[in-house]
Design a protein. Structure first.
Length: 777
């Protein structure tokens, strides 16, 4: 039996706790029973086998459905239900991470999914505009146990008396979430989403929405919750097309990767720019200056020329052996063929067909001239059929094929880019319009590994090169022929072993139908074709031309114009959520204004929303950050901190030789102060290796390196790596050097000091930079 809903407002706290616990228990019982059902169905499906291809596809879809349901139910085990709304009229409403009903099509749910419209007042109702809500209750739980209740009475008079803040909802629950120790993994915020964040999360699917907000305003959190909301609301469309979430680096992706499953979502591809060209994992580092050159739109011409430069002609002619005679392929013939192919405007590998056809045509006329010329000066003696035969022979001649291939080869993006960037001569030609110093920045070793900034170039080249469909079809036909040959082999083996079996059993072979009687090899292949069981996200990851239903970009200020071109190709519908902060841009290729990013793609048709409250960084730390921001750009306003920590940031000047030891001492002190929490040491890139080595030796378990494990209590990293992350305590080392290291060094320092959720310290060996002098006071 369900416990009675709607506890009277006047009932005692203990009664409330008891009655809410009973309700929670019922919810968990319902969850268990649904989980059991899904588990049984899944097991039954896994036991089924065989059937038609359609039947198997259907079965696969059902299996996927139950598996996803189970994953979702498992993900909400903790914090299944976290809130309740009481209304002036009608039944109270419980809000949770998942929707639950007592029976399948029950219209009156036991638990309302936080993403449903009915849950919205939980995030929006205030004493000033209560929307019928009389009370918002936050339920605090540990596992299945209720540990506490926070009530907000939405009554103007009552609110005036409590001294609560009117700009936040669920203040007690919010403050408890914000002051909790960090764990190295981001947590969801479904219990305490604030009104300005809710507007962004629930905005419609269409169009480009840019969410600009200072550090700690919840941009990442909002972006992830928006993904969950969109998948819930536009389920059919988005699970088919997938949602892409692009983040700045893999450490960051690991940091946010747990948030979505706990929001009970699949069908989302989390990727960095370096993952966006299938088959390439571009992770190598390069200078910000080199990445900036690659990120500019000027590279479009460079790449186009690099492809054009591969379409060559000989100095005068080349000679090949054809049919026992020397055949001259003249420069003029190839120039004409090249001009015709280029005129077609098709991508290089596609236009190659035109080049080959034109060249073969000209060569066949040349041969006709030689062997069909009428000695009496009349018309050429070769018929049209003879000419066609000559063309066929030319086409099939390996030497002719090779010569034409040399002048117009089939190319891959990787080949063109690798050749271009590792060959000064090719660069000199293709990048002749770039300044010599930019060309010098591009030139690198042939064996160099791919960098993230290479990826948009590879993608652009894939567009310029295209795929020759006839080659692709030929490849597919070849694969199918191989499969049929294999199937014939299988059927032959079945047939062979059958005769042996029958001989053993004394039966006539013709009396019993064999596999080969009922199915031929091609039908066999069809039946056994592999069914694609991958999710949209998995298929999208493997397909460069995949078009996403929605694209979410985090730390979007860092993307270059070339990277935006890639993303826009993946999202022709321009259904995008872009979150970032132009004051935090550290990449030279990045942007400091959103207009310049979107104007070329959607003109004025993009929406700017600003988040203004900083949930991460306490007021004391933000006061320091405000000075840095003013130096970045006096016109920029820092976000308002929602709380203060009661601890002032500190700074300490130490001798250079003592710096590693002082870092260790500071880390020990800070680790003691934050208890369970995390300590982040942010250092200049030039010192990372040295200081990292020392820290690992002196503080066991400290994480350093290219992809440090954020679950460790102490992590040392560069500011670039710390983008989007946060730590209970942050120690910034050598701020002067951080500023000097990059042309956007002040923005880097702003990022560094705003990573702290509780405490900030600065260690320096020279005078504090002017922007931090307030610290010394
Ligand atoms: N409504 C909320 N309830 C609870 N916690 C919140 C809320 N909004 C934000 N936070 C917390 O504030 C912190 C900062 O959020 P987030 O990392 O999303 O900010 P950001 O704007 O992306 O910051 P940055 O630009 O510095 O990367 C996170 O710990 C997040 O969980």
């Amino acid at each position: 039996m369900l416990p009675q809903r709607g506890v009277a407002l006047s009932s005692s706290a203990t009664d409330d706790l008891r009655s809410e616990q009973a309700y929670l228990t019922t919810l968990y019982e319902r969850l268990d029973s649904l989980r059991e059902q899904a588990d049984q169905r899944l097991k039954a499906i896994l036991l089924e086998a065989g059937g038609t291809p359609q039947g198997r596809t259907q079965r696969e879809a059902t299996r996927g459905h139950y598996a996803e349901q189970l994953a979702q139910m498992n993900a909400v085990e903790n914090g299944l239900c976290f809130g309740r709304l009481d209304f002036a009229e009608g039944e109270p409403r419980y809000i949770g991470r998942l929707g639950l009903s007592a029976a399948e099509h029950d219209r009156d749910p036991l638990l309302v999914d936080w993403r449903a419209l009915a849950a919205r007042p939980f995030y929006l109702a205030t004493a000033v505009s209560p929307d019928g809500v009389t009370r918002r209750r936050h339920l605090r739980t540990r596992g299945r146990l209720l540990t506490g209740i926070d009530d907000e009475v939405l009554d103007l008079e009552a609110a005036a008396g409590t001294g609560g803040r009117e700009d936040v909802t669920g203040e007690a629950a919010l403050l408890s979430a914000l002051t909790a120790s960090r764990t190295g993994r981001m947590r969801d915020i479904v219990e305490t989403i604030q009104a300005e964040q809710d507007e962004v999360i629930r905005a419609g699917l269409n169009g480009v929405m840019v969410v600009q907000g200072g550090p700690g305003t919840g941009k990442t959190a909002v972006a992830l919750h928006r993904a969950a909301y969109l998948l819930y609301t536009y389920r059919a469309q988005l699970t088919k097309q997938g949602v892409l979430i692009l983040g700045p680096n893999t450490t960051f992706l690991r940091y946010i990767s747990q948030v979505l499953p706990s929001l009970a979502e699949t069908g989302v591809l989390l990727a960095t720019l370096g993952d966006m060209f299938p088959g390439v994992r571009a992770r190598a580092a390069e200078s910000s200056a080199a990445a900036a050159v690659k990120g500019r739109l000027g590279m479009l011409d460079v790449l186009k020329r690099a492809v054009d430069d591969r379409q060559t002609v000989p100095g005068d002619y080349v000679e090949v052996d054809h049919d026992g005679y020397p055949l001259r392929i003249e420069r003029a013939v190839l120039e004409d063929a090249r001009a015709a192919a280029r005129r077609s405007g098709r991508p290089h590998n596609v236009a190659r067909q035109i080049f080959v056809t034109e060249a073969i045509h000209a060569l066949s006329l040349q041969i006709a001239e030689r062997i069909g010329a009428d000695p009496l000066g009349g018309e050429n003696l070769l018929s049209a059929a003879d000419l066609a035969e000559t063309r066929r022979e030319l086409r099939e001649d390996i030497d002719v094929q090779q010569a034409l291939f040399d002048f117009w080869p089939v190319l891959t993006p990787r080949q063109v880019l690798r050749d271009l960037l590792s060959d000064a001569g090719r660069l000199e030609s293709a990048a002749r319009d770039l300044p010599a110093e930019d060309r010098a920045l591009l030139l690198r070793d042939r064996e160099a590994r791919w960098t993230p900034a290479d990826v948009p170039l590879l993608d652009e080249l894939a567009e310029l090169l295209g795929v020759d469909e006839t080659l692709k079809r030929r490849q597919a036909a070849l694969e199918r022929r191989e499969a049929i040959e294999y199937a014939e082999g299988v059927l032959e083996i079945v047939e062979g072993s059958r005769s042996l079996d029958f001989e053993d059993e004394g039966l006539e072979k013709d009396e019993v139908l064999s596999a080969a009687d009922v199915v031929d090899a091609s039908a066999f292949v069809e039946r056994h074709e592999v069914i694609d069981t991958r999710t949209a996200a998995e298929r999208a990851a493997a397909d460069r031309t995949w078009v996403f239903g929605h694209v979410i970009v985090d730390e979007a200020q860092e993307l270059s114009p070339m990277a935006w071109r890639l993303l826009m190709r993946r999202c022709p519908s321009r259904s995008m959520t872009v979150v970032g902060d132009v004051a935090q841009t550290s990449e030279l290729a990045g942007t400091t204004g959103w207009e310049q990013v979107f104007e070329p793609y959607v003109a004025q048709r993009w929406n700017l929303v600003e988040l203004t409250v900083n949930y991460r960084t306490p007021a004391e730390v933000m006061a320091v950050a405000a000075d840095v921001l003013a130096a970045v750009d006096p016109a920029l306003q820092p976000p308002r901190s929602v709380r203060s920590a009661g601890v002032d940031p500190w700074s300490l000047r130490v001798p250079r030789a003592a710096l590693p030891a002082e870092i260790t001492a500071a880390v020990r002190l800070e680790a003691g102060e934050v208890g369970e929490g995390r300590v982040g040491v942010l250092v200049p890139e030039a010192l990372e290796a040295e200081l990292g080595r020392h820290l690992v030796e002196s503080v066991p378990g400290a994480a350093v390196g290219e992809q440090p494990d954020l679950l460790n209590q102490v992590v040392l990293m560069t500011v670039r790596q710390a983008k989007g992350l946060e730590f209970d305590s942050v120690v910034v080392v050598e701020p002067d050097e951080i500023i000097a290291e990059s042309p956007r060094g002040l923005s880097d320092l702003y990022v560094a000091v705003t990573r702290a959720t509780r405490r900030l310290g600065v260690l320096h060996t020279t005078d504090l930079p002017k922007v931090l002098t307030a610290l010394a006071a």
